[in-house]
Design a binder for this molecule. Structure first.
Ligand SMILES: Cc1cc2nc3c(=O)[nH]c(=O)nc-3n(C[C@H](O)[C@H](O)[C@H](O)COP(=O)(O)OP(=O)(O)OC[C@H]3O[C@@H](n4cnc5c(N)ncnc54)[C@H](O)[C@@H]3O)c2cc1C
Length: 299
């Protein structure tokens, strides 16, 4: 029985392992190396590491962990997680199992990309989800916001912090925009484009334009998808953990969940999806777990 099992070796899981390793906790971390941001060339907005490739950030974190003899990293996919007497058991795809007194799921999110020609090609380089991560590189350029429904207006207005040339593309779906909404968007330089999108075209440097189903061409150097199309790991459901409408876990203080002893940190939990926030959430879960285990062991 390890003190802590961590599933997921992104910023959340790696930072949790670091804090727990320094508390001399026995930690077993599983990661199958398929992070959602693998396609992104650089990670921006990370304290002291602005503009570092995501793989390099992880490699730095793993090198730090090598100093702690109680931390073990294993490359494997965990396919089953269950509560057992005294903690949790996880099962890897190869059938091996491991047990821990506490479990941190730092599994991130799985992303579905809208099935529009060109979106997958430019995913991470010209098709983005987060303006805080990639808005700066698209500053003052022609940007399309792919959004519909009640959230569309807010997402389009958010982009005005970075550029004055925004097309809100609804791809032929309803937007629920009132006349007031349309006027506000227009006042802020957002053009509403309701025709379905045929494809995103571009060259080796990135997207250049959208082609609409009616043949019109819309210049476009970056597309921002409204927050959608993300799915959590199945492990979260297997353990009976609550999920909110956005598909993330409404964690409580220190990333605790409704399942005693189970913590969810990083993108899979409710806060903003930044690498540095994920790392901080991992640290908070680690702190709470160490405190709980100390209490148990010194009772
Ligand atoms: C395209 C893109 C660009 C981004 N750019 C930025 C940026 O510039 N700046 C920024 O701050 N943030 C950026 N982000 C967000 C940032 O990547 C995330 O907030 C951060 O990586 C979340 O960390 P995490 O540890 O929660 O999850 P992740 O980094 O996604 O890591 C989760 C890990 O868990 C593993 N895993 C999942 N399920 C299992 C399982 N069952 N068994 C074993 N392992 C499993 C995965 O393989 C993965 O390695 C970007 C995100 C995307 C998608």
């Amino acid at each position: 029985m390890h003190d802590v099992i961590i599933v997921g070796g992104g910023p959340a899981g790696l930072n949790a392992a670091l804090i727990l390793g320094r508390c001399r906790r026995s930690v077993l971390l599983f990661d199958h190396g398929t992070p959602r941001n693998a396609v992104a060339p650089l990670t921006w907005g990370v304290f002291t590491r602005d503009g570092t490739p995501p793989g390099a950030l992880r490699a730095l974190a793993r090198a730090d962990l090598a100093r702690y003899e109680t931390v073990t990293l294993r490359v494997a996919e965990i396919v089953v997680a269950r509560a057992v007497e005294g903690g949790f058991e996880v099962e890897a795809a190869d059938g091996t199992t491991a047990r821990g007194r506490r479990l941190i799921l730092a599994t991130g999110l799985y992303q579905d990309i809208p099935e529009i020609e060109g979106f997958s090609r430019y995913w991470g380089t010209g098709v983005h989800t987060c303006p805080y991560c990639d808005g700066y590189e698209a500053r003052d350029r022609e940007v399309a916001v792919y959004a519909h429904g009640p959230a569309a207006k807010g997402v389009a207005l958010e982009l005005t912090a970075w550029t004055g040339s925004i097309a809100l593309c609804t791809d032929g779906r309803p937007t629920d925009l009132s006349e007031d909404d349309r006027a506000r968007l227009s006042r802020n330089g957002v053009r509403v484009v309701e025709a379905p999108i045929a494809r995103l075209d571009g060259d080796a440097d990135g997207p250049t334009h959208l082609v609409l189903a009616d043949g019109a061409i819309l210049p476009c150097r970056a597309v921002f998808l409204m927050p959608m199309g993300v799915r959590p790991s199945d492990l979260i459901r297997q353990l009976g953990c609550e999920l909110n409408a956005a598909g993330v876990v409404p964690t409580r203080d220190y990333e605790q969940t409704n399942v005693p002893g189970l913590y969810v940190a990083g993108d899979a939990s409710r806060r903003v999806q930044f690498a540095i926030v994920a790392a901080a959430e991992g640290a908070m879960a680690a702190f709470a777990i160490n405190t709980e285990l100390l209490r148990e062991d010194t009772r």
